[in-house]
Structure formats: C-alpha cells, structure tokens
Design a binder for this molecule. Structure first.
Ligand code: MTE
Length: 314
C-alpha cells in the first residue's frame, strides 16, 4: 500500500515449522530471555467464549475456490499497529484481548459498553466462507466465525439522525510499536453507511478456521466486508460510533487519492499505481481475474444506486 514493505513471499520460520513446535520454541526462548518474551504470549492464551467454537456453518455463503490453508493466511497479515511487515504474528501476540469491551456511542438511544464475551453469547455465532481481496492485489478465502453487523446495530438502537458507523481500533503505544510513529493518523478507523452495515454480508468476525481469532487476524473482534478492499475490514475494534457526517478513515487521512471511503472492489478501476484486474491467490502460484464487488454484486450492487457520482471503487 502506501508504505514500502518487505517482499511478500518470504518463507518465515512459522511457515516452515508446525505451529506447536514453533510456539514451544518461542516460549522456551521467552523464559530464557525473561518476562518480556513470555508476556508476548499473554494475548494468545485466553479467548472469549472459546466453548462456542466451532460454530455451525451457514450454507448460504459458498466459495468458487479453495479455502486458503491457515499456514499461509496466518503468516501473511496486514496489522500496521504492530509491524509494517506481513509476518506480524509475534508482535501482535503482545496484545491482551481478554477482557475486551466495545463502546457503542453517538446517535443511539442509550450509549453502552459491552464485553465481547457477553456480546457473542447474546447474539450467537455462525461460520461463513468469504473471499477477501486486499487492495495490494492478493486474495484469500477463509471460514470466518462471527455474526452479522446488523445484530449489533439492532442492539445499539440508532437514532434517525445516524447515517454512518465509525469503527475504531484500540490505541496502546506500549504494545503496538508503530502507534508511536506520529506520521500515521492513529487510531485506525473505518466507516460504513447505515445501509452497508445493515447488509447481510457485513460481518463481525470473532473467529477463523473454527476457533477464536489468533491475534494477527484482529482478535478479539474485527470486521469482514468482502465486497470491499481488505483495508475496510478493521481489526481489533473497541469502539463503534453512530454519526451523522461521513467519518474520515485512517487510510483517507494518510493518502485519500489512493484509498477512499467506499473502496469497493472493481477490476476495471486501477489503483493509481497498479492494476486491479487480477489477484494473486495466497498460498498458490495462481493469478485469477478479479470480480466486480469481489463476486458479491448480487448482494451489494443495489447499495450504490444513486451514488454513481461518488468514487465508489477507490
Ligand atoms: N485493521 C487494523 N486495525 N490495522 C491494519 O493495519 N489492515 C487492513 C485490514 N484491517 C489493518 C486492519 C488490511 S490492509 C487488510 S488487507 C486486512 O486487514 C488484512 O487482514 P488479514 O491480516 O486478516 O488478512
């Protein structure tokens, strides 16, 4: 994206080594090095509502391609708070994700704060197979566990003046080193219209591959909006505000000409610096054509009727 990063296909130690062996090795190294490394695993050990996994799969969401093996998707992540490299897993494990509350405020009947564990027990969990298309022209397909964002909107009871949702990631410079760099407009924020948030595809994920989210995927709760470029799918959300004016997002704050508010996938509209016509499928050597709305046009194209003058695909 905007920032220069390492090449993507480097094989990390985690990819070459089974997870259990790798983690054991890290823990051993941690105890030798003292508490610093041990605390890096704090966020990993405890999960909210772990007994609810795996959840029943919702058969309405199918894929036209294979599920990406976890060994690839779990070792190739964007989570800039922790690192600008794709191998962000060790750094992301410093985040303590339980307990974790989400604040719901702004134009709602009554603002509240709710623990993620309480939230998922209240709304229930399901599994869905979704594609994910990053603006950098790579893609994956994964089984998310979570619940429709519309269920949280219903709990929030928004007032009639609410036109948008603004979502925000935690802010903690002590655990997220890149948040100490002032050139970024931290905290990471994203936004959707109320209509987008109410679309059944808009999903809040708390798990992946039949288990609670590992930290690098955005634990304990992140958005999945598969018809939009991946940067819209904000990770580790701790606040959702219902607002009247269109919120400015993290990437707009950094580079509005390249990363806009709508960011709907469209192979015909190039990024200013590269083509969006095709995508590299993570874990394979394949490039496949990119589909408009990432293949979800039937479910979402209607959301954009009357908005044709907007920059819908940047
Ligand atoms: N959310 C936060 N808080 N910080 C980030 O850096 N990166 C985004 C998105 N959500 C990001 C984020 C980008 S660019 C992408 S492609 C996806 O997360 C990556 O999700 P994944 O690592 O689960 O594949």
């Amino acid at each position: 994206m905007y920032i220069k990063r390492q090449r993507g296909w480097e094989i990390s130690e985690r990819e070459a080594t089974p997870e259990s062996v790798f983690l054991n090795r890290r823990v051993l190294l941690g105890s030798a090095a003292g508490l610093v490394a041990a605390s890096a695993f704090e966020g990993r050990a405890v999960y909210a509502a772990g007994d609810l996994y795996p959840a029943t799969r919702n058969g309405a969401y199918t894929l036209d391609r294979a599920v990406t093996p976890e060994k690839y998707s779990a070792n190739y992540n964007n989570f800039y708070e922790f690192s600008l490299s794709k191998t962000v897993l060790p750094e992301a494990n410093a985040l303590k994700t339980k307990p974790w509350t989400i604040k719901v405020d702004g134009l709602v009947e009554k603002p509240f704060e709710i623990d993620v564990e309480e939230l998922v027990r209240k709304v229930g969990l399901e599994e869905r197979l979704y594609r994910h298309r990053c603006v950098e022209a790579w893609s994956m397909s994964v089984p998310w566990t979570g619940f429709p964002l519309a269920k949280l909107v219903a709990l929030a009871k928004p007032l009639s003046g609410a036109k948008y949702l603004q979502m925000q990631t935690f802010m903690d410079k002590a655990v997220a080193p890149v948040q100490r760099q002032f050139i970024y407009p931290w905290p990471y924020t994203e936004g959707l219209t109320m209509a987008e948030a109410g679309n059944d595809l808009a999903f809040l994920a708390t798990g992946i591959y039949g288990k609670p989210l590992p930290n690098q995927f955005g634990a304990p709760i992140r958005l999945a909006v598969p018809w939009k470029y991946g940067f819209k799918s904000i990770k580790s959300i701790n606040k959702i505000s219902f607002v009247e004016a269109r919120p400015k997002t993290f990437w707009e704050g950094l580079q509005a000409a390249e990363y806009g508010f709508w960011a709907n996938v469209n192979p015909a509209v190039s990024h200013p610096r590269w083509s969006q016509a095709s995508e590299r499928v993570l874990g394979t050597d394949q490039r496949v054509p990119t589909l408009i709305y990432n293949g979800y046009g039937d479910q979402v194209a209607d959301l954009y009727k009357g908005l044709e003058k907007e920059r819908l695909f940047v």
